[in-house]
Design a binder for this molecule. Sequence first.
Ligand code: COI
Length: 359
Amino acid sequence: MTLTFTTEPAVPRPAAERSALLRSPAFGEVFTDHMISIDWQRERGWHDARLHPYGPLVLDPSAQVFHYGQEVFEGMKAYRRPDGTVVTFRPYANAARFNRSAARMAMPALPEDTFVAALELLVSADRAWVPDRPGHSLYLRPFMIATQYTIGFYGPSAAYRFMVIASPAASYFTAGAKPLTVWLSQDYARAAPGGTGEAKCGGNYAGTLVAQAQAREKGCDQVVWLDPVERRFVDEMGTSNLFFVYGRTLVTPELSGTLLAGVTRDSVLALAAELGYRAEEGKVGVEEWRADAESGALTEVFSCGTSSMITPVGSVRSADGDWTVGGGVPGPVTSRLREELTGIQSGTRPDPFGWVHKI
Ligand code: COI
C-alpha cells in the first residue's frame, strides 16, 4: 500500500533570519521549518504520514525508546548545485541500510520508496534552506524511535515513529580539510562480534562518548576503534570509516560485522577503482599503520563519512606513542578523491554511477 502524506504548512522563518543562519551554519544546531512523521503500530502497520511544522514531540515518559534504547538513524545530505537544482546522494543506499539497522534492532522495515519520498517531500518544502555555498549542504536526519508506552520489558515495542529533520550544515570538522589528529582507543571497545556494531543505532554512539571525551583530553579530534577481540586491527573512526593509501593502492578495513558499512566508504571504493587506483577491503594492523607510516610506505590516511566527507588523518596518538602519516599534511590521493566526489555531488563532473538523485 502506498502511503499518502498530509501537509500542515509551517510559518516559515523570516527570509532575513534564514539567510543569516545559512551564512555560517554550525553542524546540527539549527533546523528547517518542517519535519516528517510516520507512525507504525503492530495492528495497522505504517500510517499517518505527514509533513508538519518542526517542533518538540509530546511523548509519554514511559515510551520504550527512553528506557531500552530502541532507535536507529541515518545521515545524508541535499546539495544545491550552481544551476540551482537540488540533489541528494544515493538515498536508496541509506534506505537499505536503515532497514538493515532496523532489522538488527527488532524494528519494522520502512518501504524504501516511502523513505525516499519522505526525504523528497521535506527537501522540497524547505528548499530555501538548502545552502548554496561550496561545501555546504542540508544535512538530513531520518530516524525511528520505539513509542509504545510501557517500561515492561516484554519484547520489541508495539509502536514506532519514523521522522526526518533537516539542518543546514557547513563542514562537520570545523577546520575543514585540515588533517585530523586521532586517538587510538585501547581502554574501550565500540562493538563485539554478534553485537550491534554494524547497525546505525543511537546506543553505538552513546557507548563511545567516554572514549571520544578521552580523545579530546589527549588533544585529538576523534577516536579510532580497534577490533574488539585482539585489539590488533583497525575497525573505524568515531564518526566515519578509514582508508589507508599505499601509493596507488587503497585499503579500508573489511566489513567484519563490528563496523558500519558507510555509504561514503562504498562510494570511495567504487570511485577510486574508476580513477585507476587499486581499492581493496582487508585487515589493517595497527602495528603496520605505525611501521608503514614511519617507513614512508603508507603515504596517506583519510576518514570518510556523510557528515565529514573525506578528511585527511595526519597524526596518531596512543598509549604506546605517537606518529604522523605523510608528514601530517593532506596528500594528493585524499585531495583528488574529495574533489571528485564533491564534483559528482555538485554536478561539476559526470556521475557514471547514477548516484545523484534530483529532487
Ligand atoms: C554521519 O556522518 O552522517 C553520521 O551519522 C555521524 C554523526 C555522528 C554526525
